[in-house]
Design a protein around this ligand. Structure first.
Ligand code: GDR
Length: 329
């Protein structure tokens, strides 16, 4: 059985990827940080097949130990401070975990190595946030980076160090430049889930308004379940490389609000939405739209879930969750 180690196992993508790899017959190991991490119990309940190993991207010896325990064929580095807004207030921590964490894991892989004829393959979760103030539209693997947040800067370092280690040490290290990807498991701090959850709660009479930042930013939103498959596909290639993973469609935050509220049966969304400067960011990424032609040509990857279906999936999920919660109390 192939073996995989996932960092960021408690996040949205960690969950999707663990299920996907388990379905493919992998032994799945998840690295989990902190003392008595409250997410561990829930994770074990939902995915008892995952073997949890303690470790932290800020601590090299713990990464070496995690690799020695898991003895993985493939490492998926999804762990990061991933909330862009938080990265402005905790910039150093973000640089350490999201940026230097990649370097530490690459070093740990070099130290541990893996079986002689079967060196460990590495996947890095790069991000469309690296494009930031975009230099061209749509963005491809060759578009220059211009990050607009400490998070984006840390991801650029992570991306570049993967390229450098690949070229310097001949490592099988690939990066997926993933555009925004969402779904029912998205954390509530991210805009899509914040909106779908609010639409559901307003519909059920549990909440009266939704307080937002900018409604004008445009994002290329896909479904996380589709995107983790691309991660795995990258590591099955003979040659490591970088790939943009996106839908090729862009929508404003406002369009997401409109569609989510309409799907919940609330036609007049403006009645419920208010803006507050506290949700504006010091520097914003105004427009992202990716061109994933290379992923289609080389990996045979294409997104399956479109924008409308994604919004509906998320709102339906939150309507069911919130109704169940309300019934229990
Ligand atoms: P993003 O995702 O920063 O693109 O990064 P997020 O959902 O946080 O923001 C998307 C856009 O919505 C605007 N916005 C708000 N955002 C949040 N979170 N809350 C609000 O109330 C709000 N109002 C408006 C934001 O300003 C932004 O323009 C995500 C993360 O998952 C990264 O880790 C990942 O790398 C990229 O996607 C690809």
């Amino acid at each position: 059985m192939p073996r995989a180690l996932i960092t960021g196992i408690t996040g949205q993508d960690g969950h999707h990827l663990a299920e996907f790899l388990h379905g493919k017959g992998y032994d799945v190991y998840g690295m989990i940080k902190g003392q008595n991490n409250p997410r561990a119990a829930k994770l074990q309940e939902e995915m008892p097949f995952v073997e949890l190993i303690p470790g932290d991207l800020a601590d090299l010896p713990s990464l070496v130990a995690a690799l020695q325990i898991a003895q993985p064929d493939e490492v998926y580095n999804l762990g990061a401070i991933s909330f862009v807004a938080l990265s402005f207030s905790q910039a150093e921590l973000t640089a350490n975990t999201t940026g230097l964490g990649v370097l530490r894991m690459l070093e740990a892989i070099r130290m541990v190595g893996g079986a002689q004829n079967n060196p460990i393959r590495f996947y890095q979760a790069s991000s469309s946030e690296m494009f930031g103030q975009v230099r061209e539209t749509p963005q491809t693997e060759l578009t220059p980076f211009h990050p607009r947040s400490p998070y984006g800067c840390a991801k650029v370092f992570g991306h570049d160090i993967v390229v450098n280690y690949r070229e310097s040490y001949d490592m099988h290290a690939s990066s997926g430049i993933l555009f925004n990807h969402e779904g029912p498991r998205r954390g509530i701090e991210f805009v899509t889930r914040k909106i779908s959850n609010a639409a559901a709660r307003v519909k059920l009479g549990l909440q009266h308004e939704l307080v937002m930042g900018t409604l004008d930013a445009k994002r290329d939103w896909g479904y996380a379940g589709d995107y983790v498959e691309a991660m795995w596909m990258m590591l099955q290639q003979d040659e490591p490389d970088d790939f943009v993973i996106s839908t090729g469609e862009t929508h404003t935050v406002q369009e997401f609000v409109e569609k989510a509220f309409a799907h919940a049966g609330l036609e007049d969304w403006e009645q419920y939405v208010r803006q507050d400067p506290k949700f504006f960011r010091p520097a914003e990424v105004d427009l992202l739209i990716g061109d994933s032609a290379k992923a289609k040509a080389v990996l045979g990857w294409e997104p399956k879930v479109g924008f409308d279906e994604l919004v509906k999936m998320m709102v339906d999920n939150d309507l069911a969750l919130e109704a169940a919660k309300a019934n229990r109390s």
